[in-house]
Write a new protein. Structure first.
Ligand code: NAD
Length: 309
């Protein structure tokens, strides 16, 4: 790749102002500029940093996704056209870890109920046996990559024992125990929280299904911060309605934005967040770090980091 012009696509505005990234990358030995959808015919950039996909990216040489998940990009097309795709995995451990710890604390300390009651100016104390503390509880974290390790570290620091589920049985720092994916039903039984941090792949689609919710304890909570379709949403709603699980905290959904008629919005023990578990004012700095490193590698003739295609 002979890189002279790196574009920053307007769609990154979902997570940060493009201008912040452009300014941070000012000292790179290439031109960095904003690319709007309407000027793609005139742009001469060979590479782009983006949130969304556009068909014309197949004519570029390098596409960098500001998300870790790349399920929105047509990998087969990129492969055929020789487009390099890099992603932003490796930066969301602390943000998502803290968000998940927040969900766990909300459920244990009943904060979501207090906020809901406050909206109605209602003074209602929880039942004597509703609130609990986190030490002594166990979370089963499905996926032990960047997100999984961030969750293990932050939840672990609050006294939660953390069990990890991965494809192969090697130990991972921060996890007290490792189960393999084929022992998922065993891994989710007897825990207080089941947390999915999985990417969406053919193997993970619908992995958290009715059988998983059946295997879980009735007082356990489901958390999903990976990708929506990894959880069978209809089966989760059924399990919540039948009290097979105690509640859920969901940042990602089968269809986003979550439809206003979804029953999930109105359930007392469900926390809905709008795919923002990884949001932070420092997001553009983390992206700049990844892009800067790959531009350096390109100049040095080294292999890209975070390369997916
Ligand atoms: P990562 O690549 O560091 O980790 C993913 C892990 O999942 C890897 O360890 C991989 O081996 C494992 N995995 C894949 N298939 C598996 C299977 N069948 N069984 C068990 N483990 C399996 O990526 P990450 O940065 O941790 O992000 C994970 C996913 O979370 C992303 O792909 C993205 O879709 C999503 N994500 C969501 C948010 C958010 O805002 N909610 C933020 C970042 C990432």
């Amino acid at each position: 790749i002979d890189l002279e012009h790196l574009g920053v696509h307007r769609s990154v505005s979902t997570v940060f102002p493009p201008e912040e990234l452009i300014e941070t990358l000012e000292d790179l030995p290439v031109t960095v500029s904003l690319v709007e959808d309407e000027d793609h015919n005139d742009t001469d950039c060979e590479a782009i940093v983006t949130f969304e996909h556009r068909e014309w990216f197949a004519d570029l040489e390098w596409v960098h996704s500001v998300q870790a998940g790349v399920d929105r990009f047509p990998m087969d097309v990129f492969e055929r056209e020789g487009v390099v795709l890099t992603n932003s995995t490796g930066i969301h451990d602390r943000t998502v870890g803290e968000t998940v710890a927040g969900y766990l604390l909300a459920f244990s300390r009943r904060l979501h109920r207090h906020v809901a009651n406050q909206q109605r100016r209602e003074w209602t104390q929880p039942d004597w046996d509703e609130a609990f503390t986190l030490p002594g509880t166990t979370a089963c974290v499905v996926g032990t990559g960047t997100l999984g390790q961030g969750v293990a570290e932050v939840a672990g620091s609050l006294g939660v024992s953390v069990r990890g589920v991965r494809r192969t049985p090697e130990d991972v720092p921060g996890f007290d125990d490792i189960y393999t994916t084929d022992a998922l039903l065993e891994a989710v039984s007897g825990v207080d929280f089941v947390v999915s941090t999985l990417p969406l792949t053919d193997e993970t689609r619908g992995l958290l299904d009715a059988a998983v919710f059946e295997a879980m304890d009735e007082d356990a909570y489901v958390v999903n911060v990976g990708r929506g379709p990894v959880v069978d949403e209809a089966a989760l709603i059924d399990a919540l309605e039948a009290n097979k699980v105690a509640g859920a905290a969901l940042d990602v959904f089968e269809t986003e934005p979550l439809s206003s008629d979804s029953p999930l919005w109105a359930m007392d023990e469900v926390i809905v967040t709008p795919h923002s578990a990884a949001f932070t004012v420092d997001y553009y700095r983390d992206i700049a770090g990844l892009v800067r490193e790959n531009v350096r590698r390109l100049e040095a003739g080294e292999a890209f980091t975070n390369r997916v295609v």
